[in-house]
Design a protein around this ligand. Structure first.
Ligand code: COA
Length: 179
C-alpha cells in the first residue's frame, strides 16, 4: 500500500498532507488572499479565526484516514504557496480542487502540481479518473484543465453560490489508461 502523505518533486515542489501545525500559516495566507480568492471560491468568507482553519484540517485528516479525500499543502521552494486537494474520492474517481497565493500565480505552478498529483495516484492504479469543476468565467482554472488534457464533459447551471451570485460550472474529466 502506497503512503500518500507526501510527494516531493525536485527542485521546487512539495505536497504534504495538511497537519494541525499548518493552521497558523494557512489561516494567515487565507486572510491575506481573502478578497482575491472570494472571486471564485465561497469558503474563504467563512474563515475568520485560526480555529476555523484548525477545525477544517482535523476534518480533512479524518476524511483522508477514511479514504474520502486528500488535502495537501503546496510548498514551492519551501514556501507555503496554496492548497491542492482531492475534494472527494469515490472508488477510482476524484474531484480536484486548488488555490494559489497571488505571488505564485501565472508561472505554471499549479499545472505542474496537478499533473504530479494525478500521476502519483494513477501510477499504482489507486485512481484513474479525475474531475475538475470551475466557474465558467474562471479563466485560469478553465485554461489549467484544458492544458492538462482534460476534456469538457458538461455545464452545470447555477452550480455554486459565490457571494450574492450563482455561477455555472464547467465540468472537465480526464481518464488515465490502465498502467
Ligand atoms: C486557478 C489557479 C490555481 C491557477 O494557478 P496557476 O499556477 O497560476 O496556473 P498555471 O500558471 O499553471 O496556468 C494555468 C493557466 O492559467 C493562466 N493564468 C494564470 N494566472 C492567470 C490570471 N491571473 N489571469 C488569467 N489567466 C491566468 C495561465 O496563463 C495558464 O493559461 P495558459 O495555458 O493559457 O498559459 C490560480 O489562478 C488561483 O489560485 N486562482 C484563484 C483560486 C481559484 O480560482 N481556484 C480554482 C477554483 S475552480
Amino acid at each position: 500500500m502506497m503512503d500518500y502523505r507526501e510527494l516531493k518533486c525536485p527542485p521546487s515542489l512539495r505536497l504534504s498532507l495538511q497537519q494541525e501545525s499548518d493552521a497558523a500559516d494557512l489561516f494567515a495566507l487565507v486572510q491575506l488572499e481573502k478578497e482575491r480568492l472570494s472571486r471564485h471560491l465561497s469558503w474563504p468568507q467563512l474563515i475568520n479565526d485560526v480555529n476555523d482553519t484548525l477545525a477544517n484540517i482535523r476534518h480533512n485528516r479524518a476524511d483522508f484516514a477514511e479514504g474520502r479525500s486528500a488535502v495537501y499543502v503546496l510548498r514551492w521552494d519551501e514556501e507555503l504557496a496554496g492548497i491542492l486537494s482531492y475534494n472527494t474520492i469515490n472508488d477510482k474517481q476524484a474531484e480536484i480542487g486548488y488555490w494559489l497565493a497571488a505571488r505564485h500565480e501565472g508561472r505554471g505552478v499549479m499545472s505542474t502540481a496537478v499533473a504530479a498529483l494525478m500521476d502519483w495516484y494513477a501510477a499504482a492504479d489507486r485512481l484513474d479518473t479525475f474531475i475538475i469543476r470551475c466557474g465558467v468565467s474562471n479563466r485560469a482554472s478553465n485554461r489549467l484543465a484544458q492544458r492538462l488534457g482534460f476534456e469538457f464533459d458538461y455545464r452545470q447551471v447555477r452550480a455554486e453560490k459565490i457571494g450574492d451570485c450563482y455561477v455555472d460550472h464547467n465540468v472537465y474529466r480526464r481518464q488515465y489508461p490502465k498502467p
